[in-house]
Structures are given as C-alpha cells and as structure tokens.
Design a binder for this molecule. Sequence first.
Ligand code: SAM
Length: 228
Amino acid sequence: MSNNRDFACTFLLNESIKGEKLIYPAATRNKEPILQVLKRFINCDTDKVEDLSPLFLEIASGSGQHLFHFAPHFPGVKFQPSEIEENLFGSITYYAKTCPTKNMLNPILLDIRQKLNYYGIEHNSIDYMYSANMIHISPYECTIGLFENAGQYLKSDALMITYGPYSKDGVITPQSNIEFNASLKSRDPSWGIRDINDLIKLGEENSLCLIDTVEMPANNKTLVWKKN
Ligand SMILES: C[S@@+](CC[C@H](N)C(=O)[O-])C[C@H]1O[C@@H](n2cnc3c(N)ncnc32)[C@H](O)[C@@H]1O
C-alpha cells in the first residue's frame, strides 16, 4: 500500500548513518510530483543566489532528498533544510554538499514547536516555508508550531506549502488512508491524519489563507497557504 510506504521513512530514523545519504522510497516517488506543484508557485528571476535571493525554509527535512531535487530547478533561491533529529544531519549535509547548483544550505537543528527567532530567524523574513509528511507524523503541537511560525516569520504575501494525506469534513478517504491513520495512531497516539477544516481554522488564527489544494499521487495532497 503506497501510504504505508510513506510511513516507512520514520522507521529508517534509527538506521541513519552519519555522513551517508539516506534514500526514503516515498521521497524518491513523491519528489517529482511535488516539484511540479512548486514550479507553479515559486517565482525567482535570477539564476544564482544573491544577498536578496528568496529564502525557502524546509521544516522536517528527513533524508534531505526533497531539497536536493528541488534546488537545481530554482538556482536563484536559497534552500534551507532543517530537522529536529540530529542523526539525519549526515544525510542532509551530504545532499547539500553535492547539490550541483550550490543553493542548498547545510541543515539547521530546528524544533518547529519553538519560535523561529530562537534560531536567529527574523520576523517577516521567509519567502517560502515547506513541510512534507510532518503534520501527520508528529504530535499536533508541531502543526500548531508550524502555522504559528509561518504566520509570524513568513513575509507578507509569502507562501507555506504542506504535503501529505489529509481528511476533509472529518472523513478520511480512501480505505488505505483509514488504515494508514490507524497504523500511525498505533505507533504513537499523538500522530494522525489531520483534517483540512481544522488546518483552515488554524490558518485563520495565524494570518494564513488556504489558496490551493492539489491532489497528488497515492492519496496525498499539496496545500498552498498564503500569509495575509
Ligand atoms: C515522515 S518524516 C518526513 C521527512 C521528509 N519531509 C519527507 O517527506 O521525506 C517526518 C519528519 O518530521 C521530523 N519532526 C518530528 N517532529 C519534529 C519537530 N518538532 N520539529 C521539526 N521536525 C520534526 C522528524 O524528525 C522526521 O524527520
């Protein structure tokens, strides 16, 4: 079942080896469909990183594969990976150092439940925030932290992009996602597929408006949020 394979990245955490790249099968599959969505929403006229280049902050980078795949397509954008799990830094750093366009930075240690100024990030300074597969595979406090930080640290009119499975109107579909949700909760009761209506409300509380919902392979969605 494809969504169960998305879950697999969490089981790889204990197997990560410092300094060697990790390959998450789910990230290998979904990186290209997500890139096609990003191409519709990322604007950058320059072809190399300059002082005023847009900043794209990824929360919960995992293996680092996503930014490694995205960065060469937007050579004028600075891609900043981040992770709470230090064991993943070897892999993310490997991808950053081997990024052919050199616009993927080294990872920063970041717990999204903390305010981003704790990490030296200034209010209204981020052009894009992005998080894939964290919202459902972490306690809801991480989702709250993600939205609160996006509301405070994104520039006005800037975008947050989130990817993963979501329910709508309290209904999880299809059956494979119901089973996936049960498997998440059996692993950690604080995890689980979140409802888009709850996220819209959280967005409203944090000056974020859902501007697009893109259906993705394997019963996932990409949600695009705009800061007011
Ligand atoms: C399923 S993995 C997703 C990795 C990657 N984004 C992907 O799609 O392949 C979820 C990630 O969320 C991270 N995470 C969990 N809690 C976090 C927190 N409080 N702050 C930042 N990252 C967190 C985990 O360390 C893990 O790497």
